[in-house]
Design a protein around this ligand. Structure first.
Ligand code: HEC
Length: 105
């Protein structure tokens, strides 16, 4: 991790205690996650689910059921599609999805 990223991660952690997901995704930055999701992931979800693609995260029979399975699904889609997110980006996408859609306690 380079210096700037470390500072960004430290700043995130310092401001994050109110969000429980800081434990599950210690290197996740929801802002970065939103950007990564929109740029690299959403097109395919949009093609299948319409709208902005977020229907996949809010459908009644959605697959993700916990923070752990959320990160596992992000990693699975990333690996299956060979999009090539690094670990920090995976955690960031998971942190964003958790905050915006899944809202696990
Ligand atoms: C080539 C198409 C495609 C791409 C690209 C893709 N996904 Fe998916 N994704 C899917 C499909 C299809 C499903 C639903 C799988 C199912 O229902 O079994 C899915 C499901 C998911 C789920 C679970 C949703 C639920 O049901 O709770 C998550 C989270 C997810 N994708 C994240 C990502 C992320 C993050 C990326 C980018 C790294 C990504 N996906 C890229 C096709 C794609």
């Amino acid at each position: 991790m380079n210096c700037a990223r470390w500072i960004a991660a430290a700043a995130f952690l310092a401001t994050a205690p109110v969000f429980a997901q800081s434990d599950a995704f210690p290197f996740g930055d929801p802002k970065l996650g939103k950007k990564v999701l929109q740029e690299k992931c959403s097109a395919c979800h949009v093609a299948r689910f319409g709208g902005d693609g977020s229907g996949i995260f809010t459908r009644a029979n959605r697959k993700v059921s916990s923070k752990q399975s959320l990160l596992a699904w992000v990693q699975r889609c990333n690996a299956n599609t060979r999009i090539g997110l690094n670990g920090e980006e995976e955690e960031s996408v998971a942190a964003y999805l958790s905050e915006a859609y899944y809202k696990f306690k």
